[in-house]
Design a binder for this molecule. Structure first.
Ligand SMILES: Cc1cc2nc3c(=O)[nH]c(=O)nc-3n(C[C@H](O)[C@H](O)[C@H](O)COP(=O)(O)O)c2cc1C
Length: 418
């Protein structure tokens, strides 16, 4: 494999004096490093030092006469496997969170499809300011990664959080990100996302609150790591992640037919059933719109019957070749221990009933997890290790959780057949 390409954005914090040391360590670790500096960074570290250790000219100008006739800044954004921003000032975090593009560094941050790892460094008060806290949350929710800062004595004389993480730890974090860049090549993911609709008549249907966020995050994470991804999506307003093939469906039978067709063509896939399938179907849907009296009559006299169980049907058909992952969104009450016990009990029952290989269960009806939430957390229960549920930890952005799930399942995920 070719050397990993890393674009290092150096911004105008005092810790920029560590940038040459960081570049040396990254080059020693086998990376090709292209440095981009902000105007403020140039007051703290010289281009000459950075160019010498990276063995490449430093880029800082948005309009560069040497690049005339080419869209150099976009080529630059397309080049890396990973962007590292170190040190990341409060200012660059704010500009990136706002989507500004007023210099080369922020244009690259906006235009790149590569993962971005920030190493913030600033005075403690700046770090703890609600503006910075909000900017960080925004960037995290969009999938950015962070390492540090450390606590300790700062250049300004303050003691507290804000010191840039030491270069060796930063290099380790960057290499970890880079290791993921193609680790799923040769694997295929078939993921369903969003709600389904059960139509009663041409205009009325039963559905649920799924927004598709988790399934789309899983598709995006797997595609960014080299997997071949097919996303079968219910009716949601979301753009398709880069490199993902999408099939739109509306109803549970359509979902089943689409997934079954995909598995028939390529059974050696990870089937992730993230879609929230309507459990019921109308008892005799009508082609004509029901008037109010007829609607009330239908609702009063058993309008719904049990619908097709998509996951159980597919697992029964394909579990010998595919790795089948189910998702369960459950409610639970009580203290932390009893919530955990209740969720795991419900998940274990579903795992057995549906004959999936694994189930991810999360709590719904509380902030920070489940439908409509930016973040999620839960447990992964595996058929072959029934007593050892994996805890995903504190609520994290759904994209980060998606990577966690892919890491946890990677070993059992079959390679696609040639
Ligand atoms: C001596 C000095 C040290 C600074 N150190 C930091 C710092 O560590 N972190 C930070 O966020 N800003 C720091 N600043 C402020 C930034 O330089 C300022 O916000 C600048 O606009 C950042 O621009 P940039 O993000 O485009 O590099 C410092 C300013 C000075 C004069």
């Amino acid at each position: 494999m070719s050397a990993p390409r890393l674009l290092l954005v150096v911004t105008g914090g005092i810790a920029a004096y560590k940038a040459p040391e960081l570049v040396r360590a990254l080059v020693a670790a086998g990376c090709e490093v292209q440095v981009v500096t902000t105007r403020a960074a140039q007051a703290f570290v010289t281009e000459l030092s950075l160019a010498t250790v990276s063995k490449r000219p430093v880029r800082s100008a948005l309009v560069d006469p040497a690049e005339e006739g080419r869209v150099g800044h976009i080529e630059l954004a397309d080049w890396p496997d990973l962007v590292v921003v170190a040190p990341a000032t409060a200012d660059v975090l704010a500009r990136a969170a706002a989507g500004l593009a007023d210099d080369l560094a922020t244009v690259v941050l906006l235009a790149t499809r590569a993962p971005v790892l920030y190493a913030p460094a600033m005075n403690s008060n700046m770090w703890q300011h609600p503006a910075t806290v909000a900017n960080l949350a925004t960037l995290r929710a969009r999938g950015a990664h962070f390492v540090g800062p450390d606590a300790g004595e700062l250049a300004c004389g303050w003691i507290g959080p804000g010191r840039m993480i030491d270069p060796p730890i930063l290099v380790e974090a960057a290499l970890q990100q880079l290791a993921r860049r193609a680790d799923l090549r040769g694997r295929a993911l078939l993921v369903s996302a969003g709600p389904t609709r059960a139509y009663l008549d041409p205009v009325r249907f039963l559905t649920n609150a799924s927004t598709g966020a988790m399934g789309f995050a899983l598709a995006e994470a797997a595609a960014s790591r080299g997997a071949t991804v097919t996303l079968v999506a219910g009716p949601v307003q979301r753009s398709t992640p880069a490199g993902v093939r999408r099939i739109d469906i509306e109803t549970a039978p359509q979902l089943l037919a689409a997934l079954d067709g995909e598995l028939a063509a390529q059974p050696r896939q990870l089937l992730a059933m993230v879609a929230a399938v309507a459990d019921v179907t109308a008892a005799g849907p009508t082609d004509a719109k029901l008037d109010k009296a007829a609607l009330l009559q239908r609702l009063a006299h058993g309008a719904w019957v049990e619908g097709v169980d998509v996951l159980a049907t597919l697992a029964a058909r394909w579990r010998e070749q595919a790795l089948v992952l189910g998702f369960a969104a459950q409610t639970a009450e009580g203290d932390d221990a009893s919530v955990r016990a209740s969720l795991l009990r419900q998940a274990a029952a579903k795992l057995a009933a549906k004959r999936a290989h694994a189930f991810f269960v999360n709590r719904v009806g509380v902030p920070q997890t489940g439908f409509g939430s930016e973040t999620n957390a839960g447990w992964l229960l595996r058929e072959d290790q029934p007593g050892a549920a994996l805890d995903s930890g504190a609520p994290q952005p759904k994209l980060a959780l998606a990577h966690w799930l892919l890491d946890a399942l990677r070993e059992r995920w079959p390679q696609v057949s040639a």
